[in-house]
Design a protein around this ligand. Structure first.
Ligand code: NBY
Length: 829
């Protein structure tokens, strides 16, 4: 039988195209074949979208080839793997990124142009994969790219939401949310694995049984659904390695519902089965608060359970006991959202694999690491005990047991300090008894990471102070990073070419520290000239987009000033708008000759507000109301324009960021855990106007304070300033602009009242009033620098040159070496 199987395999191997060819003719054939046989359009008549489909299927073939080889290689080598568990990934588009990482971008462009198509035009046909909210989700995507590029044996696990983050529609300046049914037109970037499925259990009861004279727990579930795998190959750059992002979709299970069919109500039985699919239907669009909703908890467990089953199955394929589990498996918790994985691993090891509790616990403590992305205690997730007990009764028992052991141990270490014991307990007793996911994650992880140095300090001294004092060795930080592949090579090809030309190499695309080589040319007149040209082209592209979208014509000589990110009070988009109102007010009161000295600005804003976040939605409306006034004022003309770019997402970012002269990162100090948008702007040579918050502090160290515009209170000044409150009698400029809104200068007087209340009337929690003066000074400094284009261009070059530390390659290497303990495993070509 073996001989026969082998002969068959050899026959098939001989028939296959072993390596797909990448010359223009082969590429054209493949594209056309896919148009005809996959998309089922005639090769004599197809439109841009169909061409995009044929094109992306041909790219997909090439991805699959490398992906198979990588997976086979990993299987043979059986290295320690890292499993990255995240409920959110903001991948954006895949086409350009894939062909660039595969190293066949130019070949495709050539092949397409011979067919009469333009690569860029077809790439525009692709919709974004928006399976996440903001920074946390885009970070996961950047880290996947770095894991693949650095040859780490890694897997990403997540949920395949049918509806990604809502589309933002602006009507009359108000945000409306539209469903993002992103799978409508098919998704060539995923591979459905109909045979990779696992049952996931919910509800029911826990019973005790005797097995070989040993008492054990058996969970009798009340509901079962099936998890089906969808694999998204993630290609590395400059390597054959192509790793897997495995996303789970929920399908009805065939088990456990014979009952409903026997009632005779066939139609309703089928309809009820279908409800299983709701588990993976929609991404929660809130990036602040955890609302203790059952569906959200179901999503978390669904994805965790399927992933853990998959991971254990893979381990058992190569090992017959669990002795080596911790040498082969590292589990990374991306925030607390996947923290049920802890109790799930305990449950599987104890209840299903029959390990002793203490042995299972020993394993769990060695495999989990946890990264937190928040600064605020209110941001910490809590799961109501009632909800958990009903949905996952066995997990609740396990978490109680973990907590009992932990608290007993803690008493021995710190004595009967009841306040501290109750603060550190995993179970919170209160009006609603609940599980503190962060405490669970800290107790059970070997390492807890922050996302910037400032964040780390806050974790140690505030958020997790009690835990830090108990286990200082557990705490680390890895300053976030972003991938230069997506954020320079894909999104800013002209800058990419310019950098390679001046460095004399493309090696910086894999080794981004080489960017520092630009420093020596920062004052070189030729580089400056070319740098300005590239920036101009990108501004032109952005200006065209703005005009197409809003009809507004903007002047290319103006400073493009961008603030684009999720809308939050702490990110202070309101401070930006108040600054714009002040600028407008100043221009209005100037005479002709003074106006001639004004540096013209195009203020560009954008971002989504969580659907239930009223104040954030009012900020969006205010932005539109102010824009309406300013943009139609002939006194102002090109001196000041305000644009709100709707539906901010990854592909919009790719267009906007390269076109920014200045970008704003102006959160109240101590509130942005890291911030990653700033890093993308920095790489693209935008100057930053920023507070000393999150990763900005480290950016200053890299590029020097003289190369950005810093303002505002420092982290340690914030509590004192809050105490003091803003004195509106002193801060007249601030009082005046808020008054203009209150007086109805921009209309919608009543609607904006509560928004104004957040910053005057004594509260001003985010300190807009006390930072306003220094904000205006920083803005004036930016104007002044912009007039001297030579100086500005030098600062811009130095920004890119100093951005190397903020590559996710550095972050990932640090995680690999100091948190996960994994090694590179490079698939031979
Ligand atoms: O994570 C962000 C931080 O605000 C930012 O400073 C940091 O750079 C980035 C990456 O570390 N956090 C973030 O994006 N958080 C969320 O998107 C989020 C999503 C869901 C929920 C909470 C937060 N949730 O409760 O479901």
């Amino acid at each position: 039988a073996f001989g026969e199987r082998r002969a068959k395999a050899e026959r098939m191997f001989a028939l296959m195209d072993r390596f797909l060819k990448n010359d223009p003719i082969s590429l054209q054939k493949d594209i056309l074949n896919h148009v005809e046989y996959t998309v089922a359009r005639s090769r004599f008549s197809f439109d841009d979208f169909e061409a995009y489909q044929g094109l992306s299927h041909s790219v997909r073939d090439r991805l699959i080839e490398r992906w198979h080889d990588t997976q086979l290689y990993f299987k043979r080598k059986d290295p320690k793997r890292v499993y990255f568990l995240s409920l959110e990934y903001l991948m954006g588009r895949s086409l350009s990124n894939s062909v660039i990482n595969l190293g066949i971008r130019d070949e495709y462009a050539e092949a397409l142009s011979q067919l009469g198509f333009e690569f860029e035009v077809l790439a525009e046909q692709e919709g974004d994969a928006a399976l996440g909210n903001g920074g946390l989700a885009r970070l996961s995507a950047c880290q996947m790219d770095s894991l693949a590029t650095l040859d780490y044996p890694a897997w990403g696990y997540g949920l395949r939401y049918q509806y990604g983050l809502f589309r933002q529609l602006i009507l009359d300046g108000f945000q409306h949310e539209q469903p993002d049914y992103w799978l409508n037109f098919g998704n060539p970037w995923e591979i459905e694995r109909i045979h990779v499925t696992y049952p996931v259990k919910f509800y029911g009861t826990v019973e005790e049984e005797l097995l070989n004279g040993k008492k054990c727990k058996v969970w009798i579930p009340g509901e079962m659904v099936e998890a089906v795998a969808y694999d998204n190959p993630i290609p590395g750059y400059g390597t054959r390695n192509t790793i897997t992002l495995r996303l789970w979709a929920a399908k009805p299970s065939d088990q456990y519902d014979m009952e409903s069919y026997n009632t005779g109500d066939y139609i309703n039985a089928v309809v009820n089965r279908q409800k299983a699919e709701t588990i993976s239907s929609v991404l929660y669009p809130d990036d602040r608060s955890h609302q203790g909703k059952e569906l959200r908890l179901k999503q978390q467990y669904f994805f965790v359970s399927a992933s853990i089953q998959d991971i254990i199955r893979r381990f058992k394929d190569a090992h017959d006991n669990f002795d080596e589990f911790q040498e082969k498996v590292a589990l990374q918790l991306n925030d607390t959202h996947p923290s049920l994985a802890i109790s799930e691993v305990m449950r599987v090891l104890v209840d299903e694999e029959n390990l002793d509790w203490s042995r299972a616990w020993g394993i769990v403590c060695k495999i989990f690491s946890f990264t937190t992305h928040t600064v605020l205690a209110e941001g910490l997730e809590k799961i109501p005990v009632d909800l958990l007990g009903s949905l996952l009764p066995r997990h609740l028992e396990i978490i109680y047991d973990i907590n009992f052991n932990f608290v007993e141990e803690l008493k021995k270490r710190i004595g009967m300090d009841y306040n501290r014991l109750s603060r550190m307990s995993i179970v919170e007793d209160g009006a609603v008894k609940s599980i503190r996911s962060a405490n669970l994650s800290i107790v059970c992880s070997h390492t807890v990471n922050g996302v910037s140095r400032v964040h780390f300090e806050l974790l140690k001294t505030k958020l997790f102070k009690d835990f830090y004092e108990l286990w200082p060795e557990k705490f680390q930080y890895k300053t976030n990073g972003v991938t230069q592949r997506r954020w320079i090579v894909v999104s800013n090809p002209s800058l990419c070419g310019l950098i390679s030309k001046w460095l004399g190499t493309e090696a910086w695309i894999r080794n981004v520290d080489l960017l520092t080589g630009l420093r020596e040319y920062a004052a070189n007149a030729d580089l400056q000239q070319e740098w300005k040209m590239v920036r101009k082209v990108n501004k032109m592209r952005l200006a065209e987009y703005i005009e197409a979208m809003s009809g507004l014509k903007v002047c290319l000589d103006a400073m493009f000033d961008v603030q684009i990110k999720r809308i939050h009070e702490y990110k202070r988009q309101l401070l930006n708008i108040l600054g714009i109102i002040h600028r407008y007010d100043c221009i209005k009161s100037m005479n002709e000759s003074d106006r001639r000295k004004v540096v013209p600005r195009v203020c560009i804003t954008g971002g989504k507000a969580a659907p239930g976040y009223e104040i954030a939605k009012k900020i969006i409306k205010l932005c539109h109301a102010v824009a309406e006034k300013i943009n139609n004022d002939n006194d102002v003309g090109d001196l000041l324009k305000l644009v709100f770019i709707p539906d901010y997402n990854v592909s919009v970012a790719e267009l906007v960021i390269p076109g920014a002269d200045l970008s704003q990162h102006i959160s109240t100090a101590g509130h942005e855990a890291s911030g990653t948008g700033s890093m993308k702007f920095l790489m693209n040579g935008s100057l930053l106007l920023a507070t000393a918050d999150g990763s900005t502090v480290e950016i200053i160290e890299e590029i020097g304070a003289e190369n950005l515009f810093l303002f505002g209170a420092k982290v340690d000044e914030v509590p004192m300033l809050r105490e003091k409150g803003t004195d509106m009698r002193v801060n007249l400029q601030f009082a005046r602009v808020v008054r203009m809104i209150r007086d109805g200068y921009f209309g919608f007087q009543d609607y904006f009242e509560s928004l104004c209340d957040t910053v005057d009337g004594g509260s001003d929690f985010y300190l807009l009033g006390s930072d306003f003066g220094s904000y205006l000074e920083a803005q004036a400094a930016a104007d002044k620098a912009f007039v001297d284009q030579e100086k500005w261009t030098r600062m811009s070059i130095l920004s890119t040159a100093g951005s190397g530390r903020f590559s996710s390659d550095r972050t990932i290497q640090d995680y690999a070496e100091n948190t996960w303990g994994i090694e590179r495993c490079r698939c031979p070509f």
